[in-house]
Write a protein that binds this ligand. Structure first.
Ligand code: ZN
Length: 275
């Protein structure tokens, strides 16, 4: 038997497995319809988020909610966007996207200007973001965008790409969330892995999050047109001596602002002022 014919069956098997895996794990991003690779079951992502969120909150200083107006602000904006997301997905027969979500919004005492949303609706805003957002509508721009990343499952997609790149064995969903390498990739996906560094969102992810985020904020009753002066302000800060952490992951440039301007007529169709 020559070498080629001996290798053939396993080669065919591997291709077959790859096709099965890819077709089973390809989903489409809401609104844009882009196909994406999500290798990790969403239930596993939610489980990891619950435990990593808990551990993040216990090792950081959460601002107490007792009559703190900034905590109230974060919870109010977050809840309004969450309600809009739920409505948007329901209207598009995509409610299963948030079926396992148990929304939580926490303000953490940290001078970094940052915010993120893990799968399952686990949101953190850093106190350092509030002097930059300055008003409720600008906070809605950021939260709409961060929540859109979660709804579009960008974290799962980035993790899937890393798993493939690092050749990590997919040994089943139970083992996956206990795998320290996978846990590290999860933390890197949200920029909370400390010295592990950050896996940057792609330009495409950023555009999708802007597109969905504008619709979510508009449906929540916040004027999406305010996103333009907000990102222009951020763009000016990017050249300063201490650019906000949010910008390391969200380059605010003329390109981004032009894209947001292009999306505005669609976003305005969803705008329900005066809520
Ligand atoms: Zn982003």
């Amino acid at each position: 038997m020559d070498r080629n014919s001996r290798m053939k069956p396993s080669f065919v098997w591997i291709i077959g497995l790859a096709i099965t895996l890819v077709s089973a794990s390809c989903s489409r991003v809401p609104l844009t319809g882009r196909r994406q690779l999500n290798l990790i079951p969403e239930s596993t992502m939610d489980q990891m988020a619950v435990s990593e969120y808990k551990s993040f909150l216990s090792s950081n200083s959460v601002v107490s909610s007792s009559s703190n107006k900034n905590v109230e602000l974060v919870k109010r904006v977050g809840s309004r966007i969450a309600a809009a997301v739920t409505e948007y997905l329901k209207e598009n027969n995509l409610s299963d996207r948030v079926a396992g979500y148990q929304w939580e919004f926490n303000l953490v005492d940290n001078k970094e200007a940052n915010a993120w949303c893990m799968p399952g609706g686990k949101v953190v805003v850093y106190t350092g973001l509030l002097p930059i957002t300055q008003d409720e509508t600008s906070l809605a721009v950021v939260l709409g965008h961060e929540i859109a990343h979660a709804i579009a499952r960008h974290g799962n997609e980035r993790m899937s790409q890393q798993l493939v790149a690092q050749g990590i064995q997919m040994a089943g969903s139970v083992a996956l969330d206990k795998n320290p390498q996978v846990q590290n990739i999860f933390l890197q996906s949200f920029g909370i892995g400390g010295n592990l560094g950050m896996l940057a969102f792609s330009r495409q992810d950023e555009l999708e999050a802007d597109e969905l985020g504008l619709i979510f904020m508009a449906m929540a009753g916040y004027d999406p047109r305010q996103a333009i002066p907000f990102w222009q302000r951020m763009s000016k800060m990017a050249g300063g001596s201490a650019p906000p952490a949010l910008l390391s992951d969200h380059p605010s440039d003329a390109n981004r602002i032009a894209q947001i301007q292009k999306l505005m007529p669609t976003a305005l169709k969803y705008y329900k002022p005066g809520q």
